[in-house]
Ligand binder design. Structure first.
Ligand SMILES: Nc1ncnc2c1ncn2[C@@H]1O[C@H](COP(=O)(O)OP(=O)(O)OP(=O)(O)O)[C@@H](O)[C@H]1O
Ligand SMILES: CC(C)(CO)[C@@H](O)C(=O)[O-]
Ligand code: BAL
Length: 278
């Protein structure tokens, strides 16, 4: 089947096809992480729709919206190779009417951790994801664990707004040396890239410990000794469903999440840890 490119909602509705549909929302500049999401989508549905849309609503004015990588032709090749059925690639004006008023609020959970560093970011993410859900009407949608708070908020939105969509998640795909794949990695110089490895190293050091306080100390030590060039935004050990910081009595799965600026590029990463009380 030939890949169909739909540039507005009318084209998308025509192209969507019957059977079960899985949606993979992306901002393009596709890499192996995105391909892992697409493969999961293909395994779980008859038709796969990949959206490629750099969403202005989730960037604040001082962020990197204009320099965000846009590699549409290469993205189409990747989608063809991966057997995607439809690429939805709307223009900003097709997604957002100039007089629009209504949007989704991510609530208190959207204001902590990554949301504290990027005010309004998660409102913008949930608004575009809900719109994509409404246009595509998928049975399932696939997201990466790399954006762990985003994933938790999307699950929250699906529950709170009774959306009839199953959310699937995929583990973070990494370079052999541990760096999580990200579209923004292309902005790292060789020196930046070496410094950036401190993120995954810190998470591994933390995950090797057993208690919340030791996990935080071990991870922080790696970040503190990474040298100049690493500007840590946050390191948190949080409940993966709420992103509230866990205390020493917490048991079960937690997420150790980090965000840092390396040179001019801001990166995030996380790992899961299981906490049991001694
Ligand atoms: N390394 C990865 N492994 C698995 N999934 C990933 C990875 N990187 C991104 N994703 C997922 O791909 C989807 C689209 O993400 P996005 O297009 O923002 O890519 P990205 O590489 O995270 O870009 P950036 O972090 O630079 O914005 C999200 O669900 C995200 O969690
Ligand atoms: C989910 C998403 C495509 C919404 O713009 C974006 O936040 C992303 O790429 O993770
Ligand atoms: N993957 C999250 C998209 C963003 O950084 O805006």
């Amino acid at each position: 089947m030939e890949l169909i490119v739909a540039r507005n909602r009318e084209d998308l509705v025509k192209a969507r096809g019957g059977g079960e549909v899985a949606l993979v929302p992306t901002m393009g500049a596709l890499h192996e992480g995105h391909k892992a999401l697409i493969r999961q989508a293909r395994a779980r549905a008859d038709h796969v729709v990949v959206s490629i849309f750099v969403n202005p609503l989730q960037f604040s004015p001082n962020e990197d919206f204009s320099r965000y990588p846009r590699t549409f032709e290469a993205d189409l090749d990747a989608c063809r190779t991966e057997g995607v059925d439809v690429v939805f690639h709307p223009a900003v004006e097709d997604m957002y009417a100039p007089d629009r008023q209504v949007s989704v609020s991510a609530g208190q959970m959207g204001t902590i951790v990554e949301g504290a560093a990027r005010p309004g970011h998660f409102d913008g993410v949930l608004t575009v994801v809900l719109k994509l859900f409404n246009v595509v009407q998928p049975d399932r949608a696939v997201f990466g664990q790399k954006d762990a708070q985003q994933l938790a908020l999307i699950r929250r939105m699906v529950a709170d707004l009774d959306l009839p969509i199953e959310i699937l998640d995929v583990p973070t795909v990494r370079e052999p040396d541990g760096l999580a794949l990200s579209s923004r990695n292309r902005f790292l110089s060789d020196d930046d890239r070496r410094v950036a490895l401190a993120l995954s190293r810190a998470l591994r050091a933390g995950a090797a410990e057993l208690t919340p306080s030791r996990i935080r100390v071990a991870a922080r030590e790696v970040l503190d000794t990474a040298g100049p060039g690493l500007d840590v935004d946050y390191l948190v050990l949080a409940d993966p469903a709420t992103f509230a910081e866990v205390d020493d009595t917490y048991e079960g799965m937690a997420v150790l999440a980090v965000a840092a600026k390396v040179g001019t590029t801001r990166l995030i990463d996380n790992v899961s840890v299981t906490l049991t009380r001694a």
